[in-house]
Design a protein around this ligand. Structure first.
Ligand SMILES: [Zn+2]
Length: 413
């Protein structure tokens, strides 16, 4: 056993421990958490300074787009921004995708992120991810496909999933990401859901990110209807719409459930939120991405008040300044307070969303908390260890991760 000590350990599975320690077995699992003075005898001890948390979970990202960081600053609005992917992607060579994904993995580890819900666009994007020490789910994405073209693409698309699963021996599961309701034909979505349920693998779509999405799904109108016509994409909803909200439409297509979590959830009313809560579908909030794309502000205070399952994501570098999940904390705190949250327990709620909330969104019970038997994933932040640790983490952790332990292996930054 190797022991890591820190002035404060925030296990999430219990109350913060002053002068705490975490014992890690050779198999990369946690064997002890508690006061350093009571830690069992170890082969070695490493004293880390700062506040130790479970490794953070980035519940929505696209690591393959780490090379698209210029899009964060290009000031294009959503409608133009989203089409840039379709223009740029075919020009990127496999080696560039691999390098970008690896860079995203490295940036994540430096930020104390040890698990991801990663949306994979090029098949080669799986390679670096499944060779990494991260935990989580890699979701093979379907985007800009109508029912007609699905006929030709269905088999090869499915093969990527089955072949990747066959060779995968990482701690990252393979899942499916039906991109959105405005970039996929209704038949394509149904086919993807059926395929995921047959294989018993997880689903992760984007939902309720923009008002324009709402407009398209309800009425078949707005910029996305125009975009699809321009791209020659025949999405049935563009023909008059469904008459109800995007969340209701996803429920109708059987896409929601405990095996699914959604990204963004900005434009969700009380009925939509209840629907997601009843289905056990977690929402990965991506506040900084929403701010960059001027998509609106997610109902953070309402989620907390209603006890909805919530996780945090950065989204990709094309809409986020970095891959720091801790960077979402102060932004979400500000949003919640502005929305009328009384602030009591808010910091702890935010830290839980980035740890156990993320684990739940990914269907994992062995990450997101420091407890015996869990994967030894830890993050140590240089924040004021004397203060309330949750408050210190929320206000100061971003950019201040000093050490990450991933499956028992220490990386100091
Ligand atoms: Zn996304």
């Amino acid at each position: 056993m190797h022991v890591y000590t820190a002035p404060v350990v925030v296990p999430i599975a219990g109350d913060p421990v002053r002068d705490g320690a975490v014992g890690v077995d050779d198999d990369g699992r946690i064997a002890y958490v508690g006061p350093a003075a009571e830690a069992p005898e170890a082969d070695g001890t490493t004293a880390l300074s700062g506040v130790m948390t479970p490794g953070l979970v980035n519940a929505h990202t696209h690591l393959c787009y780490t090379g698209y960081a210029d899009m964060y600053g290009n000031e294009k609005e959503f409608f133009e921004w989203v089409q840039e992917f379709a223009r740029r992607n075919p020009q990127v060579a496999d080696e560039e995708w691999k390098t970008a994904t690896q860079e995203g993995i490295d940036q994540s580890l430096r930020a104390g992120v040890t698990a991801v819900a990663d949306v994979v666009t090029p098949p080669v994007g799986f390679e670096a991810l499944l060779a990494s020490e991260l935990a989580g789910v890699a979701y093979w994405e379907a985007c800009f496909i109508d029912d007609e073209s699905w006929e030709d693409r269905r088999n090869s698309w499915r093969e990527i999933v089955t072949e990747t699963r066959a060779i995968n021996n990482s701690d990252i599961a393979v899942g499916i990401s039906p991109h959105t309701l405005y970039t996929l034909g209704t038949g394509v979505v149904k086919s993807l859901v059926e395929f995921a349920r047959t294989l018993d693998i997880r689903l992760h779509p984007h939902l309720a990110e923009t008002e324009h999405e709402d407009m398209f799904v309800r009425n078949g109108a707005g910029p996305f209807a125009f975009m699809n016509r321009r791209m020659g994409l025949r999405v049935q909803l563009g023909d008059g719409g469904s008459g109800h909200s995007p969340a209701a439409q996803m429920a109708k297509l059987d896409l929601l459930g405990g095996d699914c979590h959604i990204a963004h959830g900005v434009h969700l009313d009380a009925d939509d939120r209840r629907l997601l809560r009843e289905q056990g579908t977690a929402v990965a909030l991506c506040a900084r991405s929403n701010a960059r794309l001027e998509s609106g502000e997610a109902p953070v205070a309402a989620h907390r008040k209603e006890g909805n399952p919530v996780a945090l994501g950065t989204d990709s570098r094309a809409s986020s300044p970095d891959l720091e999940v801790a960077g979402e904390w102060p932004v979400l705190r500000k949003l919640a307070l502005a929305q009328g949250d009384d602030g009591d327990g808010l910091n702890e709620w935010l830290v839980r969303a980035a740890t156990e909330g993320g684990a739940r969104a990914l269907g994992r019970t062995d990450i997101g908390a420091i407890k015996v038997g869990a994967r030894a994933d830890l993050a140590v932040f240089a924040v004021d260890a004397e203060a309330n640790p949750y408050a210190a983490l929320v206000s100061e952790a971003a950019g201040n991760c000093k050490a990450t332990v991933v499956a028992g292996r220490l990386i100091e930054h």
